[in-house]
Design a protein around this ligand. Structure first.
Ligand code: UDP
Length: 552
């Protein structure tokens, strides 16, 4: 603590200047976005009162508060402090005071660093750590150039460090602070420059607070950004991918690395009861080494190093599967689900693995045999115990064959089923694994395809002619998109839409060439609107060029 206090203590001249600025200028706030769910705010001299557990905005004649929402600032809040959308325990707001009130308050302690303030959502769970906090924080820091390696992170959710604090430390060179640390600094802490809130751009999953859990409706991240993050974290953790280390040693481009499987084990809940047998079966079937890891037995960097060179990751559903972030391209993820759980309804890891550009092969296996399942009705409710429920409800849950869709987070039937241990039926799992390995081999042979989209077609033109009282032609031509001459594209096609003015429908055409005479269904003395766009490799669509208006 002494060390931390010293870190914050400033030169007395700086202190005097900071105090004077706070008195004269008060707080200044400028935010992004119209919506509280998309907002991040930048502050000069935002303060935090540790006794009242409130942020404070000091008004002076020079204060700025943009957006200036009036009382709409409380409907429901100025912004979300965590990356979980609109969660009512994660709202940010501040109290307002005139700077004149400063003379009645304790002397402020100033934080000189550029500070990044947000809430971690569930720092005890490694999946939440990456999905809700590390990825969002990493990319928020890319958004604002002064949130660099010298930035100070402050986590305001009020939790202790948690088991994965070392990972949060990797985000910047300074020790992150928790809410409890702020109390040790004094009664009034003022952040000279700070950002409040964290970007949601990278999140891919919603946990089921308002509708049953599932992939987010509008995913904005691709495997490319996820992999850039993973690469940066591997460097921060001082890990060289096993495959790369081998490459360096041999000096060859395509070194023959030894392939292996990683089996992720859990030691306390949701166990695989026959891990030994499973490991032997996998090793025999694929003639590969199988490494067993668990968060309880290995350090996180040790696990990540192994995962980063694995051909296949096999694991029971659970947070540890977030380590597939670090799998090499082309690897296989196989997720196991306990009895009565439908894999389609719990898909954070499937969604991650199948993001475009993650280049992973995802497969799930589900225990279909009730007799291979060991439930724990007498455990506490949060580990799936159901002893607290009425007898009939207990009986219903025990007899049910599948958990129906439900909201987060206390559905007893879901908890009961998801915390079952499983004796894995080896032949049926091997079936899935073999199929997975097959798909992987065919992928590895095919070359990675381009992600570059075509530009607009240029100089689109339309000529018309009337052949007879009931026959006309549209002659449409255009030039290739400007970027095409710099690309090697397997297949270039053009899509043309023709709509008669005033009609609701249009006629779509796919063409190989860049001019075409349309005569089918073209009427004389009629106005047509024509749109043209380029398509690479059947799925990379370009933008439409400006509409052509053609009169026959
Ligand atoms: N965990 C673990 N071993 C276990 C049970 C849990 O390492 O036997 C870890 C798990 O990976 C997660 C955290 O403890 O990081 C919380 O586990 P929980 O079962 O609550 O969450 P889930 O894995 O279902 O997301």
């Amino acid at each position: 603590m002494t060390q931390k206090t010293q870190e914050l203590t400033q030169d007395p001249i700086d202190y005097h200047l900071a105090l004077q600025t706070l008195h004269e200028d008060g707080t200044r706030m400028v935010c992004s976005s119209k919506m509280h769910t998309d907002r991040i705010c930048r502050f000069d001299y935002l303060c935090y009162c540790t006794e009242g557990d409130e942020f404070v905005f000091f008004h002076s004649n020079y204060s700025i508060m943009l957006p200036n929402l009036g009382s709409r600032r409380f409907q429901p809040a100025l912004l979300d402090m965590s990356s979980v959308e609109d969660h009512n325990t994660q709202y940010f707001n501040f109290l307002e005071l005139p700077t004149a009130a400063l003379k009645f308050l304790s002397k402020p302690v100033f934080v000189p660093d550029v500070t990044f303030i947000f809430n971690r959502f569930n720092p005890d769970n490694i999946m939440h750590v990456f999905h809700d906090d590390l990825l969002p924080a990493f990319y928020t820091m890319k958004l604002f150039s002064d949130l660099d390696e010298k930035a100070r992170l402050v986590f305001m959710e009020g939790w202790g460090e948690g088991p994965h604090f070392d990972l949060y430390r990797l985000l910047s060179n300074k020790q992150p602070l928790l809410k409890e640390h702020l109390r040790d600094f004094g009664k009034l802490i003022c952040f000279t420059k700070s950002y409040v809130g964290v970007s949601k751009m990278t999140t891919w999953y919603q946990y089921g607070f308002v509708q049953p859990q599932g992939p987010k409706a509008n995913i904005l991240v691709s495997g490319t950004e996820i992999r850039q993050f993973s690469k940066a974290f591997l460097v921060k953790m001082n890990i060289t991918r096993i495959e790369e280390a081998d490459k360096d040693a041999s000096g060859e481009e395509e070194s023959e690395k030894e392939e292996y499987i990683v089996l992720f084990s859990r030691l306390t809940t949701r166990l695989i009861l026959n891990e030994g047998e499973l490991i032997t079966a996998m090793a025999r079937e694929f003639q590969m080494k199988v490494f067993k890891v668990s968060l309880e037995e290995q350090s996180f960097p040790t696990i990540v190093r192994l995962v980063s060179g694995a051909s296949m990751l096999v694991s029971m559903h659970g947070a540890q599967l977030i380590t597939s972030l670090f799998l090499p391209r082309g690897a296989v993820v196989v997720e196991l689900f306990p009895y009565a759980i439908n894999p389609e309804q719990y898909s954070p890891y499937k969604t991650l693995a199948t993001l475009p550009g993650m280049d992973l092969h995802y497969f799930s296996w589900r225990n279909m045999k009730k007799e291979n399942s060991v439930a724990h009705p007498d455990r506490p409710w949060e580990q799936g115990g159901i002893a607290h429920l009425k007898k009939e409800e207990q009986a219903r849950i025990m007899a049910s064959k599948e958990v129906l869709k439900h909201l987060c987070c206390r559905n007893p039937e879901w908890l009961f089923r998801i915390y079952q241990d499983t004796l894995v039926d080896i032949p049926s799992l091997l079936q899935v694994l073999k199929e997975a390995m097959k798909s992987r081999l065919s992928f590895n042979k095919s070359k990675p395809t381009s992600k570059i989209h075509p530009g607009r077609v240029r100089e689109a033109q339309c000529q018309t002619s009337v052949q007879a009282t009931d026959k006309a032609q549209l002659i449409i031509s255009w030039k290739i998109p400007w970027n095409l001459k710099y690309l090697i594209v397997k297949e270039v096609k053009y899509e043309v839409w023709i709509q008669e003015l005033g009609e609701n429908t249009y006629m779509p055409y796919i063409l190989q060439q860049h001019n075409f005479t349309f005569s089918e269904n073209i009427k004389p003395f009629t106005t047509y609107m024509v749109w043209v766009r380029c398509i690479f490799n059947s799925n990379l669509l370009g933008p439409f060029a400006d509409v052509l208006v053609c009169k026959t």
